[in-house]
Design a protein around this ligand. Structure first.
Ligand code: ADP
Length: 325
């Protein structure tokens, strides 16, 4: 039975800076959650408090109903995988993976067996005797994963785990992380500032901004039904438009072009950008607002527009989404 991780009014202060401001959240046991937000919004501080690498200024962290806020990292049932992997350069792959067992006094033969099982899990059995500097970035990352998982955590905490990889490897490792999480069935909590990464990986996205949780929910809900202008803009793919009755979001691929005297809004094309499957048409409307329409490439080239052209913009009313701020 998986234990539930719960944050109760968790706060982190560094002197006068409030890095995390009384956030509360239940993470679904056995799920893949991403903490998403811009740099400095408090994601890493939150993760480090859960791991026990940073003290909690106020509030509590519960795992399976017990308060773990004041336990040392190794006693919490969590394990952390760091951004730079933090492998020991003078230990072999197998020794790195078995390190936490050594600290617990587990004898060498058992350590070797357990490390071997973990290396198999991450598909690195053949490299058990290599040193970290003889591994590629992707392989080092898998060693770091195996090293975190050997402690059999309830919750695996991952701090920007893909940011050190090149784009190609990042997409491959993203798939591997997701697969591993499904196989193990334990909760993963992954910090990222990349919305595409969060959308690709997460069952649940928790968007942070300015030390608080701005919105949390299933990935599709957060993307399709952003509650605030911040979430709409940060998740991308949306226009935020101030209309007479308030601020609204509409997905750029739900905006259609129409004749200049028709549609919901009228404007002038400011830029055309070919993106392969779509053409991004930017238009300036009244009030100096910019709206982007993602037009399927075939549709666009049937009736191409140019910068300076007057156009109308239209959409299905059901796609327009009211924002609270
Ligand atoms: P994120 O992970 O979202 O980039 P952080 O949790 O690292 O955000 O930081 C949140 C805020 O706390 C930032 O304003 C940052 O400058 C500040 N901060 C983080 N760590 C420390 C620290 N050790 N001492 C002082 N301020 C810190």
């Amino acid at each position: 039975m998986q234990k539930e991780l719960e944050l109760v009014a968790v706060t982190k202060r560094y002197g006068a800076t409030v890095a995390v401001d009384a956030i509360s959240h239940h993470f679904r046991p056995g799920g893949y959650a991403c903490l998403l937000g811009p740099s400095g919004c408090g994601k890493s501080s939150t993760l480090r408090m859960i791991a026990g690498h940073e003290s909690v200024s106020d509030g509590s962290i519960l795992l399976g109903g017990s308060d773990i806020s004041h336990l040392p990292p190794a006693k919490r049932g969590t394990a952390m995988m760091f951004q730079n992997y933090a492998l020991f350069p003078h230990l072999s792959v197998a020794e790195n993976v078995g390190f936490s067992l050594k600290m617990k006094g587990v004898e060498v033969a058992e350590r070797r067996t357990k490390a071997g099982e973990m290396l198999e899990l991450v598909d690195l059995s053949a490299l058990a005797d290599r040193m970290p500097d003889q591994l590629s970035g992707g392989q080092q990352q898998r060693v770091a994963l195996a090293r975190a998982l050997i402690t059999r955590p309830q919750v695996l905490l991952l701090d920007e785990p893909l940011s050190a990889l090149d784009p190609f490897l990042r997409i491959r490792m993203r798939g591997e992380l997701r697969k591993l999480q499904r196989e193990l069935g334990i909760s993963f909590l992954h910090v990222t500032h990349g919305q595409d990464e969060a959308l690709a990986l997460a069952d649940e996205i928790v968007v942070m901004n300015n030390a608080v949780i701005e919105q949390a929910g299933p990935a599709r809900d957060v993307f399709n039904a952003p509650k605030t202008a911040f979430v709409a803009q940060f998740m991308g793919g949306h226009n935020v438009i101030a209309l007479p009755d308030g601020p609204f979001a509409i997905r750029a691929d739900d905006v259609r072009l129409t004749a200049s005297d028709a549609g919901e809004l009228q404007g002038r094309v400011t830029a055309i950008e070919y993106q392969g499957m779509h053409v991004a048409v930017s238009a300036r409307i009244a009030g100096d607002q910019d709206v982007v329409a993602m037009v399927p490439d075939n549709t666009f080239f049937e009736n191409p527009q140019n910068p300076g052209d007057a156009i109308g913009l239209t959409w299905d009313q059901s796609k327009l989404h009211r924002l609270t701020a």
